[in-house]
Design a protein around this ligand. Structure first.
Ligand code: GLN
Length: 281
């Protein structure tokens, strides 16, 4: 769209909504440019959009038209009712990942439990747990420095109590340390999966999505590491792919876990594998 002096808020929204086939997305993009809520846009449809605002809004619209995720364009995505800053260097937090948070909060852990979030990305799981349970001592790791910087920024913006953020691959920076709960949303998509060519995932970091030929490479690594890093009686809770329940259950079983469950998300898909470390393990 070209910038024109007579374009109003409602003109822009009408055109953008028909291009994107979504009124909501049009409102989110323009609201982002103007620093206004959707309710403001609706109440101020007659307001004129100046050229710089039109140009910015048009640029976002063009990026959205080629498929860039709305969360990256807005730089933000809500998770467990808190806004998390996101960039293309981290996975976009998804509603189904809230299942890990819900189940972790329901565990009967000590008030000052030690909790580890592996591959924290934006920090959405670890920081949410720290915010909801201020007594828990949360550590989060990521191999990506860029991701850690975003997680750090989120911990400051959300004013979450102290969370230890460590750089390294999975358990690498945690030599000799044990936890009462280990959570993770690791990569679990199989290399070459057709899903990688569709929608938002095309723009997300491959290192946060893909885990070897069957998608289970990182899950295996994490399960192996729990022997040295979970306290007796401690819990592991990991996100898995929609059809990885049986494989996830088998992995936990062979590692000696007890009280294993495969939890389904709101869409009825396998989503979380969880189990408790046997005291004798
Ligand atoms: N849930 C993501 C997807 O649908 C995958 C995230 C992951 O690999 N942890 O693509």
């Amino acid at each position: 769209m070209n910038a024109t002096p007579e374009t109003t808020v409602s003109d822009w929204l009408r055109r953008a909504a028909s291009t994107l086939d979504s009124q909501l997305e049009a409102q989110l993009l323009l609201g982002h440019v103007l620093g206004r809520e959707r309710a403001w846009l609706i109440a101020h449809g007659e307001e004129r959009l100046d050229d710089p605002c039109q140009s910015k809004a048009n640029a976002l619209l063009e990026r959205r038209q080629v498929g860039e995720p709305i969360a990256y364009l807005l730089g933000e995505r809500e998770f467990w009712s808190r806004p998390f800053r996101v960039t293309p260097e981290v996975l976009i937090p998804r509603p189904e990942t809230e299942l890990i948070v819900e189940k972790a909060l329901a565990l009967d852990l000590p008030e000052n439990a030690r909790v580890l979030d592996l591959g924290t990305g934006s920090g959405c799981i670890g920081l949410t747990l720290a915010a909801e349970r201020p007594g828990w001592q949360v550590t989060a790791t990521d191999i990506s420095q860029a991701a850690l910087a975003i997680a750090r920024q989120n911990s400051e913006d959300l004013d979450v109590g102290p969370v230890e953020l460590l750089s390294g691959c999975w358990f690498e920076p945690l030599e000799g340390r044990r936890f009462d709960l280990i959570v993770s949303n690791p990569p679990y998509v199989a290399a070459g999966d057709i899903h990688l060519g569709k929608g938002d995932v095309r723009f997300e970091p491959e290192s946060a999505l893909v885990a070897g030929p069957d998608g289970l490479d990182d899950l295996r690594h994490i399960v192996d590491g729990t022997a040295a890093h979970l306290n007796p009686g401690g819990w592991l809770m990991v996100e898995i792919g929609h059809d990885q329940g049986p494989a996830g259950g088998t992995l936990l079983k062979s590692a000696g876990f007890e009280n294993i469950s495969i939890l389904s998300d709101g869409a009825g898909n396998d989503r979380v594998a969880t189990g408790q470390r046997n005291d004798g393990a």
